[in-house]
Design a binder for this molecule. Structure first.
Ligand SMILES: Cc1ncc(COP(=O)(O)O)c(C=O)c1O
Length: 382
């Protein structure tokens, strides 16, 4: 070994970017009140679904006139139902700076065959938001690119007097970043990300403008039942009060209610943002102190505080992809950091989740081990 192993180990080695670490106070006994074996349409089930919706509104500060629905198929389901239900009414701009945004482009251009204006940036960069015509066009974008660690710096580029709708995949942003609701017409996320909940269910948040689109526009293509938000030209209001389209997992609902309670105990949204900021800062400081590693996001204003993506910059590294994998494997073998390899389509490197369920002390204990693994791998290469 080139260097000695650090003395301190993280208490929790879970730094995955999804499913993310459970809240620190979690254990399965906290789910004992789940409405298991009961109908989700019985009062007990509906009350819990309603509490999940209203808890979301309260913690995220979502305006009273926005609808919040729990929908099938995690964040993907929520994004897809918006794309398939709402696009085609006017010109569409598709923006992407990593693989999930790129996936939405594929769906819109290749599956829905919409002649969209496509704007993409390489990993680490963001598109020139000043070129986006949000006044006239529908705009689809990802608030935080989970696989590139790049986020939009703000929503100032979205017009207040817009005629189109904005559709925002905010799955790795919600509960960690301020989302300006007046700029967002459709916002989606999954419980499995920042709150460390379970996957399978998505959340879709609709502004009044989004509802207007849904009620006044019928796409040319057929919609499967799990995408349908309207009936006879009217919003299916029940979806937004807990009468889900199909059967949800009441265990996952209970888990989300627990996560919301934990979020409240941490000071709500601002507390969660502060936790993510402190976590990300620990990683930024580590990069500043070590010239062999750097943030993939080039502009500091676009650096994610949840999915922090890193690249190795040392000239001695022979095979970048093999090196990054070997470092991640070493950390995993020592049970120091699990699941921190870069996303499969992203440039070689690491991705360290910094959302609020991660404890700063665990990151601070893990980072010296990253230096150890780096040195060990440089030595092994030689
Ligand atoms: C930006 C983004 N969009 C969509 C998804 C897909 O989310 P899910 O698997 O919850 O549907 C992810 C998952 O990591 C993501 O990071």
């Amino acid at each position: 070994m080139a260097t000695q192993q650090p003395a301190t180990r993280p208490a929790n080695p879970r730094f995955s970017s999804g499913p993310c670490a459970k809240p620190p106070t979690f254990d399965v006994t906290k789910l004992a009140d789940a409405a298991l074996g009961r109908s989700h349409r019985a009062a007990i089930g509906k009350d819990k679904l309603k509490a999940a919706i209203e808890g979301t509104r309260e913690v995220l500060g979502i305006p009273a006139d926005y609808r919040i629905g729990i929908v099938p198929a995690s964040d993907t389901g929520a994004v897809e139902m918006a794309l398939w239900s709402m696009l085609g009414a006017r010109k569409v701009e598709m923006l992407a700076w990593e693989s999930f945004g790129a996936g939405w482009i594929t769906d819109v251009v290749k599956q829905l065959k919409i002649d969209a204006e496509v704007k993409t940036a390489d990993y680490g960069q963001i598109v020139d938001l000043a070129t986006v015509d949000s006044k006239n066009n529908d705009v689809v974008f990802t608030w935080n690119g989970t696989t590139s660690g790049v986020r939009v710096p703000n929503a100032d580029w979205i017009a207040d007097d817009r005629e189109g709708v904005t559709i925002c995949d905010a799955t790795s942003a919600a509960f960690a970043m301020d989302l300006p609701w007046d700029k967002l017409d459709v916002t989606t996320f999954s419980w499995q990300k920042v709150l460390g909940g379970e996957a399978a269910h998505g959340v879709i948040v609709l502004s009044p403008r989004a509802v207007e689109r849904l009620e006044n526009y019928t796409p040319a293509w057929p919609l499967p039942k799990i995408f349908r938000l309207t009936k006879g030209g009217k919003l299916i209001e029940g979806i937004f009060t807990g009468a889900t389209i199909n059967t949800p997992s009441m265990l996952a609902v209970e888990d989300y209610l627990f996560a919301l309670d934990w979020a409240r105990s941490e000071g709500g949204l601002q507390g969660l943002i502060a936790r993510a900021d402190a976590n990300a800062q620990a990683v930024f400081d580590f990069c500043a102190a070590n010239d062999w590693i750097a943030n993939l996001a080039e502009d500091a204003a676009t650096r994610s505080n949840t999915s922090v993506c890193l690249k190795f910059t040392d000239d001695r590294i022979q095979d970048g992809a093999a090196f990054a994998k070997a470092v991640a494997k070493r950390l995993e073998a020592e049970n120091i950091a699990l699941d921190i390899g870069a996303y499969r389509d992203a440039p070689a490197g690491l991705r360290i989740w910094c959302g609020g369920t991660v404890e700063t002390a665990d990151l601070q204990a893990m980072l010296p081990w990253l230096a150890w693994a780096f040195e060990a791998e440089i030595a092994a290469q030689a």
